[in-house]
Design a protein around this ligand. Sequence first.
Ligand code: SF4
Ligand code: SF4
Length: 696
Amino acid sequence: MLVAVRIAIGLALTFVGLALVAWRGSFLFRLVANGKPAPGRMTKVGAQVKAELMDVFGQRKLLRRTVPGLAHFFTFWGFIVLLLTIIEAYGDLFDKTFAIPGIGHWKFIGFLEDFFATAVLVALITFAIIRIRQNPAREQRRSRFYGSHTATAWQTLGLIFLVIATLLIYRGAQINTGDFPYGDTWWTFASKLVSMALKPLGYTANTHIETIFILAQIGVIWAFFVFVLHSKHLHIFVSEPNVLFSRRPNALGPLGTTPDLDPEKMTEDTVFGTGLISHLTWKQRLDLISCTECGRCQDQCPAWNTDKPLSPKLVIMDLREHLFGSASELLGGGELPGDGVAAKPLVPDVIEPDVLWSCTTCGACVDQCPVDIEHVDTIVDMRRYEVLMEARFPTEAGLMLRNVENQGDPWGLGSSQRLVWTQGLEFEVPVVTDTIPDDVEYLFWVGCAGALDERARKTTQTIARLLHRAGIQFAVLGPKESCTGDPARRLGNEYLYQEQAQKNIETLNSAGVKKVVASCPHCFNSLSREYPALGGNFEVFHHTQLLEKLLTEGVLKPETRIDSTVTYHDPCYLGRHNAVYDEPRGVLNHVPGVQLTEMHRCKNKGFCCGAGGARMWLEERIGTRINVNRTDEALGTGADVISTACPYCLIMLDDATKARQAEGSAPESVKVVDVAQVLEQSLTGATSPPDPAPAT
Ligand code: SF4
Ligand code: SF4
């Protein structure tokens, strides 16, 4: 082929490809940039860069599943290394003897290129096998690809195969024509094998093959870029910024902020939460177009796994489809038409109410998502709109909200009940009436469940006795303690949350509190991660953190053997939301005789008990019960004791254990306790695992 023709075809393919990529890229950029502001996205630069290095370049989250993780790792790095071959292909268009200046004849570079080309081919076969084995048509809801665009996935695999195939063929031909920058060597083993297959065709044929397949390679690469920008594989380009702008590189922690709730700053245009597609922030829009439809979130979701209609993947996909469907209106400029697609209310037109209210905010989806999509924030934002703008929420939630508002606790028992748990203790628990005394180190934040629920009170008493035994000076707020507002916030009532939070912060600040120990992970999360945004800055510990420290320092010395097999259930708001996994296990490991046995779904893969996201106060009408699902797993370990570190988890697991015991499918001897109770048993020499009080 004439050199000029070859160059003309190559450049024509490039210009067409570039134009299509630029057109689509500019559309996507405008669509994302058109979203509402998302403040605080680059406030932890060091941690965010670390997340980028670990999650994007190190593929940390993907490697949690070894086989698909390795396949994706080599594909990702293959794309990066093989960028060199694109330079070489363009160089060859103009000059057959082209080599990348400086490195172009270095055989190790040639080896790397061939190694990654081969690795990508192996990865493609792996992906194909995974997709065939987890075929959603056969596996239905149990396949993580259920609901994903599987045809597009196969097309993408096909295009990647063509990229590698055209690459190896032109390189093989180059070896035979003498144009290969790395020469005829086994360093470039894959290209060498292809060259051996092509050699019998002769020099002239190889010259034509080289040219045709270089042009094919250029054409396929641009076709791939254009295809990617129109498909779910868009993540190839947008997952990097999505991870970088993630608000929580280390653990989930606090929810996103909401517009100022100060009534004086409100106008009739003020919108709370997300009710229309135009209310999404640019980060939420970036989230939507970053989704790879891999289904890792769906696979871990407790709602999806108990046959509820909520799949975090489908929420993202449905919102993305609606975003693209509304794009021309959103980008049209001026007022949005009142009867257009973008005017559709997200709930119920795009997201079913049962989907929205099924979420326990456990954070498994966010934790699993390889591209750091923040499903929980978007779900809570939609709940905020439903609650604050439309006054629509499950009826039973209304009672809980009224109780918090009027009595300061979700049960509506009132402040007079907050010190009942101290009755019967063999020592006085100081109650802060004014300021916290100088000799008191910790404010013990008891929490609503810890103060008011019969079973949780037992744990509260245990913790108090353990702190007393360790010589820790602590005090409680008693009637001045009020609900942190966590259930109201997770339900979407941000207004009530902020009222509660401000009241508590004022109480704590005026009492001069600096250090807090909390037994409830929800309180722990609110006090340590969410109150700082409203002016509450305290050093907050969960009781398992403090107990583990006291054990490590030798202040507490458990000596009596507890010959029990104990399994530990990770509370979502202690584990995934705050990355406290080791300390509760550390407490158990300090107890002589205890054999800790892990459930399959543990630590960051821990399965919710079903109480989070204010679900504790909502009926579970659809599918099977989450707490029973989790308890069955715990019972399946054969443990004598199911331990946890959260009063709500304790109640949920205890209810399910008792239900299983009542139907005869669980041994009567199995107990559900807090890890603190196991420790106390060893310290006091009690002879059997502590028995929580009967259900109220
Ligand atoms: S937070 Fe938990 S319950 Fe909610 S969508 Fe994510 S995984 Fe499902
Ligand atoms: S949201 Fe994340 S985990 Fe879920 S399917 Fe999309 S990319 Fe995968």
